[in-house]
Write a protein of this length. Structure first.
Length: 167
């Protein structure tokens, strides 16, 4: 798997080929699928982290969603995981380009994230993947996992706490 820095727009601006219409993927043995469980956080690991047991919870959503002033339709209750640190995933990109910021800027941006294990989350896992990718693959921090259930899973249980900063 690879990440296309700058996305499809950068691909086209570089003069790379593109096709239109339906595609029919073919099965390939060249790239066998190997799941790496150590990259994913299950809800039990998140519950443990909420109880202050060894991992930073990193919320990659907007400030408004983190505060509880807005919420995604996939989320039952507005707010964030207890004790979470907020870092909007959009900050990792150079404005208007879709490209990641230079490493020195990313180091500065992610400096507030405490060292040690981190569980990156958002609403459904897609926004959290940016913070996971930067910390794990770009900045080479150890013990970075992604909670793909994120707030959509967490908020389904009414017994789980969901604090807000809404005023």
């Amino acid at each position: 798997m690879a990440v296309l820095d700058g996305g499809y727009r950068s691909w086209r601006e570089a003069g790379k080929p593109a096709e239109a219409g339906l595609s029919r993927p073919t099965v390939s043995e060249l790239y066998p699928l190997r799941l790496t469980g150590s990259l994913r956080a299950e809800v039990q690991a998140v519950e443990k982290a909420v109880m202050r047991a060894g991992a930073t919870l990193l919320d990659g959503r907007s400030q408004a969603q983190f505060d509880g002033r807005e919420k995604s339709p996939q989320v039952v209750r507005a707010g964030h995981l207890p004790g979470a640190v907020h870092l909007d995933h959009n900050g990792a990109f150079q404005p208007g380009t879709g490209r990641l910021r230079p490493i020195a800027e990313l180091e500065q941006l992610f400096e507030p994230v405490p060292p040690g294990p981190v569980i990156s989350y958002c609403n459904t896992g897609h926004l959290a993947s940016t913070n996971w990718f930067v910390l794990s693959e770009v900045l080479k921090c150890p013990a970075i996992t992604l909670y793909d259930g994120s707030m959509s899973e967490w908020t389904q249980d009414p017994g789980r706490p969901v604090p807000t900063n809404a005023s």
